[in-house]
Design a binder for this molecule. Structure first.
Ligand code: ASP
Length: 305
């Protein structure tokens, strides 16, 4: 089977001065994931590698550079899901894990549960050999300044360079037909401490089923949860292809239909990326921009906003 890879860096009002950095970040994530997939590597390794690049890039709202909650702290959420087994690992409310996606993977592979939050998740991390970072190591000067502006006046997206959201995600299909999806986020800025959005929730911020496809979402979590957007999008991929369309058309249509549902049923904003089980990519968003990147059939990288 031909491998395939798609990534996103969040659906938000990306200002012009951030556009190049967002596309460059997506490209680096594709490079990291594709270096594995193109040599016969596993979708799970590719997705993890791509997300780590995005988590480490302070332009995105995940890992380092995450938005701060009302108390001025980072709280990260992440999930990874495997389409063949329907196994998932999800972690939430992390303050001291540099790469939450690595812990999500560890939980999926070794853990007795599918989701761990807060202190318990960090204790599990230590027991699994992770080292904890100081919470401040994940806080960038730009996010601290934005948080201060919000605290002095009123929370406003403008304080965050228009960057009110900005989760990251990746979906990969490998040569063995293994399909994996993942999402990682710092959540929404100035959220209440303890708030968990759609991102780490199975079916909401992420879903993968080898019989249909894999999805990673981004946007306003409280809206995405209402329509269980990732699972809804995967189910839209199950429709038989009709005479006027190709499987590639259906992948794009399913993505657009999921965003239409988000508007109609939740009056909300966001976006998603997906791969169907053959590796056809789809993406859609109703925010001004969403950073995305995809490996094209000839192996070249395409990014966009
Ligand atoms: N969906 C994320 C959340 O609500 C935010 C985002 O995608 O930017 O936590």
């Amino acid at each position: 089977m031909k491998p395939s890879l798609i990534v996103h860096g969040g659906a938000w009002d990306i200002p012009d001065e951030q556009a190049a950095a967002c596309q460059a970040g997506c490209r680096r994530a594709l490079e990291a994931g594709w270096a594995m997939l193109s040599r016969g590597g596993a979708a799970l390794d590719a997705v993890e590698a791509a997300i780590v690049v995005l988590e480490d890039d302070p332009v995105f709202d995940a890992g380092t550079g995450s938005h701060l909650n009302l108390d001025g702290q980072v709280e990260c959420d992440a999930i990874v899901m495997e389409g063949a087994s329907l196994r998932a690992g999800a972690v939430a409310g992390l303050k001291r894990i540099r790469n939450p996606i690595r812990l999500a993977r560890k939980l999926m592979e070794n853990g007795p549960h599918m989701m761990l939050a807060g202190e318990g998740a960090e204790r599990y991390a230590v027991a699994q050999g992770f080292s904890l970072c100081a919470p401040e190591e994940l806080v960038t000067a730009a996010e601290r300044a934005a948080w201060k502006l919000c605290r002095e006046g009123k929370h406003a997206a403008a304080h965050h360079r228009g960057h009110d959201q900005g989760t990251v995600g990746a979906v990969a299909l490998d040569g063995m037909g293994r399909l994996v999806a993942a999402t990682s986020t710092g959540g929404t800025c100035c959220k209440l401490p303890g708030r968990i959005g759609d991102s780490p929730l199975i079916g909401c911020g992420c879903y993968a089923d080898s019989g249909a496809g894999g999805v990673s979402c981004t946007g306003y979590g409280e809206g995405i949860m209402k329509i269980v957007m990732a699972k809804s999008a995967v189910d839209l991929l199950r429709r038989p292809v009709n005479a006027e369309e190709s499987p590639a058309d259906l992948a794009m249509l399913a993505a657009r239909e999921a965003v239409r549902l988000l508007v109609e049923r939740a009056e909300s904003t966001g976006g998603l990326i997906l791969l169907d089980c053959e590796g056809n990519p789809g993406y859609a968003f109703n925010t001004p921009r969403m950073a995305w990147g995809v490996v094209q059939p000839d192996g070249s990288f395409r990014t966009g906003l």
